[in-house]
Design a protein around this ligand. Structure first.
Ligand code: NAD
Length: 260
């Protein structure tokens, strides 16, 4: 379905981003991987994509918390791939604290990566997409882009910002072949959430699996984690012709979190 398309997935050395890179490649797209991690493991992931799906896969190391670096990363990706059709703004980090205890540098880091990188990446990718009259921008927001939780001021502010930016991007490009939508996952058991499960286990004096159940029961009525593969399926759907008229929306995969 996506044969010959060129896709950039930010923060794709782990978790949701890596699963999205796999699913896009499985559908024929060439991929730029990005994110931090062990260089040997990243190279293995890159080669896996090429061998499993017969696509071209590149890795570009860039710190997307920096605006200029994000814009350069998009230009370099377009050069390596020979164009850019699909941008998945996925890289994200978390920190939890009460507002009055929230370290200012953590606030800046979360806004920088979870929100400003989406702006800079989108701004750099749009000229490429508009020129060719086709593009898909898929922002990985969160249930926290729609509703709030205590102790997550920066994350909730950034993700609400991403949902707003998604709508503006959609309006500015309506009718020109470029769509922009946000996916809003509930709890997904990736390294980002594992840290929160371990912290909860320590706080409650329970084991990690009991803490995982506790975490789910507080927010997610299905009591099951969303899987990275399910989110990757949603990303492929948004890149497909079935979603040509879908723009400026949020797609919730959250086990019922935001239904109540
Ligand atoms: P993860 O920690 O598994 O992956 C995060 C990725 O971002 C990694 O590849 C990491 O190297 C990369 N990254 C971190 N800092 C970076 C930087 N400065 N520049 C470039 N890359 C950087 O997390 P995940 O759970 O897969 O999260 C992916 C996205 O999904 C995030 O935007 C997160 O907010 C969102 N999300 C996650 C959940 C969840 O429950 N896990 C729920 C809703 C939304």
């Amino acid at each position: 379905m996506l044969k010959g398309k060129h896709a950039v997935v930010t923060g794709s050395t782990s978790g949701i981003g890596l699963a999205i890179a796999h699913e896009l490649a499985a559908n024929g797209a060439n991929i730029v991987l990005n994110g931090f991690g062990d260089p040997q493991a990243i190279e293995k992931d890159r080669l896996n994509l090429e061998h499993e799906y017969g696509v071209k896969a590149y890795y570009i190391n860039a710190d997307l918390s920096k605006g200029e670096e994000t814009r350069k990363f998009i230009e370099q990706s377009a050069q390596e791939l020979g164009g850019i059709d699909i941008l998945v703004n996925n890289a994200g980090i978390q920190h939890t604290d009460l507002i009055e205890d929230f370290p200012a540098d953590r606030w800046d880091a979360i806004i920088g990566l979870n929100l400003s990188a989406v702006f800079h990446g989108t701004a750099a990718a749009l000229p490429h997409m508009k020129k060719q009259g086709w593009g898909r921008i898929i922002n990985i927001a969160s249930a926290h882009g729609l509703v709030a939780s205590a102790n997550k001021s920066a994350y909730v502010a950034a993700k609400h910002g991403v949902v707003g930016l998604t709508k503006v991007t959609a309006l500015e490009n309506a009718g020109n072949g470029v769509t922009c939508n946000a996916i809003c996952p509930g709890w997904v058991r990736t390294p980002l959430v594992e840290k929160q499960i371990v912290a909860l286990a320590q706080k409650m004096g329970i084991d990690v699996e009991a803490a995982a159940k506790e975490l789910l029961s507080e927010k997610q009525p299905s009591l099951q984690f969303v899987t990275p593969k399910q989110l990757a399926g949603a990303a492929v759907f948004l890149a497909s012709p079935a979603a040509d008229q879908m723009t400026g929306t949020t797609l919730s995969l959250d086990g019922g979190w935001t239904a109540r």
